[in-house]
Design a protein around this ligand. Structure first.
Ligand code: IVH
Length: 673
């Protein structure tokens, strides 16, 4: 019998070999073995893992998508953005959601809010453009703004009609839905993929559509993007039309009103979720009435008119091997339990967050403990509780570091002025590029999808480039030595060239994404957008950082003391200033295009008192839709103070003194129409 180290060596050799062939095939387009030889190699690896379970690891080729997807798809902008959904986990969340909706819409009674209730299939979303009844373009979601052109791969899916016969089909429409693999079909190919979703994703992004064809993908339609002819009033009407037009819709779609009924339906589906032929991770609730949907509009990346009601998590027991500290971009120190790898709901988990020191103490979690680990969808797995019966005498308490493990700076807790308490989270007091771990995280944030969106510069690559001293500060990204990169293991001419292209492309960036990319604490996507609409161009932005007059921002509805202090502290730091200055000299930062159609362009508004028949939230959203701005203080910058019922006398007086126009609700309405 072979000994353990020999087996390990054999396994290692084979995995190294397959890696080499992956590079030759996908990055260099120069395969030196046939497909069947490749399959044999892969089969060998999987067989070894099945025989000797200690070989299984998270980098195993058996967990990596069968064939690495090509990175070379052309991209195209979505005509209507592809958004994500906010989540609800229990009836409390749902009640809050409905209350918020009812408030926004100024409804007196929420009983009649009707939802289109649809199972949330855990697959890959795709957008299909039909012109004159022909399927002409298929896009992946991408970053929601632009997707990859995967038309040919989508064409191989039987469920996707190539031409629509129905005469009432819109002339120009994007049909959106989920591409997935049925569980039964997945069984046949499960050795090659981590889970059905992974298989669908890998298959969809194959360079060669014939590869896609080999894997039995399905498609279920559920919404539209651009649509030249909306002649229906409800989401449920649209779902019915989809079926008439020849698309598959989910047979479990329903129309439901009332939270109790939603919860009941959720319970029923959850109990039979494992009997369904597709993976579901919850239900999607959409306000059924499209007029209401239109009024509700969007927040940042998700519609107000829909929410996902997730299923409860899967869980499993495992042993804590060690506790490590992870340092985040904002300096937060998060304790993470390294656990013995365990399969939870189809995914191998080896890390589980412990959140913070207080949690460890409260749950009395020790190294060596057997713990219950929970995992829900794409949320990071966390340790739920300790199985005390299984505690051994040599379990070890964890002592939280008093200095940052990366840079040695003191660890501190922030004082929250609102709750008048210290935060539970401890953070590195350096909070900048001086701390190595924070710097790496900052760069990961900088290149992420929502910021510079540099493809080919994933987390692992950032770490590698950091280690090799290729990147220390964000601007180093634009000055990489591609000749050197090409010679690195795992890189080739093609992949280096692709990286170069995506870095060049990223140099054209919108102002809001640029502000967001800087990773200023408390300036998330929403606030970055707000600031960019205020500054309009990078010149104004830079002028402010020089004049340091951040207090002037307090006028903006949404920017408060916390944000202002954070901006001040960020721009007091020399390295940060240097980074921003250098970046500006390298980049082409696009000015904000103001909505030319906006009737309220350049006009600023503030509300006081109660409005009739419309909520504050909807009134604000109407102003923003028409390119106006909302201010939170009366100042010379204010154009209109809209006074509803019982306005604050002081505000009206202030406005009059400053010469600001005070108008009533109907006068405001006239400005809109
Ligand atoms: S509607 C803006 N309907 O869920 C509305 N999405 O987190 C979003 N999904 O990317 C799309 N089933 O991949 C919608 N019946 C359904 C869905 C569904 C699954 C996925 C979709 C989307 C994600 C949003």
């Amino acid at each position: 019998m072979k000994n353990k180290s020999k087996i390990k060596k054999e396994y290692q050799n084979k995995t190294e070999e397959i890696k080499r062939h992956n590079i030759l095939y996908y990055d260099k387009s120069r395969p030196i073995i046939s497909d069947s030889e490749y399959d044999v190699l892969k089969r060998d690896i999987i067989d070894l893992e099945n025989k000797y379970s200690y070989l299984k690891n998270k980098n195993s080729p058996s967990l990596i998508v069968g064939l690495k997807p090509s990175k070379n798809f052309l991209k195209s902008k979505h005509r209507v953005k592809m958004l994500s959904l906010s989540n609800a986990f229990d009836s409390e969340d749902l009640k809050n959601y409905e209350k918020k909706i009812a408030n926004f819409l100024n409804l007196k009674n929420n009983d009649h809010i009707e939802y289109s209730v649809e199972p949330k299939i855990d697959g890959i979303s795709a957008s299909l453009t039909y012109k004159n009844s022909n399927f002409v373009l298929g896009l992946s979601r991408g970053d929601g703004i632009e997707g990859e052109i995967i038309t040919e791969n989508l064409r191989t899916i039987k469920d996707i009609p190539k031409t629509i016969k129905d005469k009432n089909f819109p002339k120009d429409i994007d049909i959106r839905g989920e591409v997935y693999i049925g569980k039964e079909d997945f069984e046949k190919i499960k050795d090659r993929f981590a889970n059905p979703r992974n298989a669908a994703s890998g298959s969809l992004r194959q360079k060669n559509p014939n590869e896609t064809k080999k894997i039995p993908l399905k498609f279920i339609a559920y919404t539209y993007g651009f649509n030249s002819e909306i002649n229906f009033k409800k989401q449920s009407d649209f779902l019915r039309l989809l079926k008439i037009w020849g698309f598959n819709t989910n047979r479990l779609n329903k129309i439901i009103s009332g939270i109790d009924n939603l919860v009941q339906n959720h319970k029923e589906l959850e109990s039979k979720r494992y009997d369904l032929d597709f993976d579901v991770d919850g239900l999607v609730y959409k306000i059924n009435n499209l007029d209401l949907q239109k009024r509700l509009g969007f927040v940042a990346n998700a519609p107000r008119w829909a929410i996902a009601h997730k299923f409860s998590a899967d869980s499993s027991f495992s042993k804590i091997l060690n506790i490590e500290i992870q340092i985040g971009r904002t300096g937060a120190l998060t304790p993470v339990a390294k656990i013995k790898p365990v399969n939870i709901g189809g995914v191998v988990v080896s890390n589980a967050t412990l959140h913070n020191e207080e949690e460890i103490i409260r749950k009395d979690i020790r190294i060596g403990d057997t713990v219950k680990v929970e995992r829900a969808g794409d949320v990071i797995p966390h340790v739920l509780l300790v199985d005390l019966k299984k505690r051994s005498i040599d379990s070890k308490k964890f002592s939280f570091p008093i200095n940052c493990p990366s840079c040695g700076s003191k660890v501190i807790k922030d004082f929250n002025k609102i709750s008048k308490k210290y935060d539970a989270v401890k953070r590195c007091s350096s909070e900048g590029y001086k701390c190595e771990k924070i710097a790496i995280e900052k760069i990961k944030h900088f290149v992420s999808k929502e910021a510079f969106n540099i493809e080919g510069l994933g987390k692992k690559v950032v770490e590698k480039f950091w280690e090799l001293k290729f990147i220390k500060l964000p601007f180093d990204i634009f000055n990489l030595n591609y000749k050197k990169i090409e010679t690195l293991e795992g890189w080739g001419e093609l992949s280096t060239d692709n990286l170069k292209k995506s870095i060049e492309r990223s140099k054209n960036i919108e102002l809001d994404k640029f502000i967001f990319s800087l990773g200023i604490r408390h300036i998330g996507q929403e606030n970055a957008k707000l600031l960019s609409q205020y500054f309009l161009n990078v010149k104004n932005f830079i002028y402010l950082t020089k004049s340091f007059n951040f207090n002037s921002l307090s006028n903006l509805d949404g920017i408060g003391e916390t944000q202002i202090n954070s901006l001040k502290s960020f721009f007091s730091d020399k390295t940060n200033l240097n980074v921003v200055k250098k970046l500006i000299s390298i980049l082409n930062i696009k000015s904000i295009k103001q909505n030319a159609k906006g009737k309220l362009m350049n006009k600023t508004f503030m509300f006081t008192g109660k409005l009739l028949n419309i909520s504050r939230a909807e009134a604000k959203s109407l102003i923003e839709e028409n390119s106006g701005k909302i201010l939170s203080n009366v100042s010379k910058k204010l154009n209109y103070l809209v006074a509803g019922e019982k306005p604050t006398v002081k505000k009206v007086k202030q406005a009059k003194e400053l010469g600001v126009k005070v108008i009533n609700q109907s006068e405001w309405k006239k400005l809109l129409n």
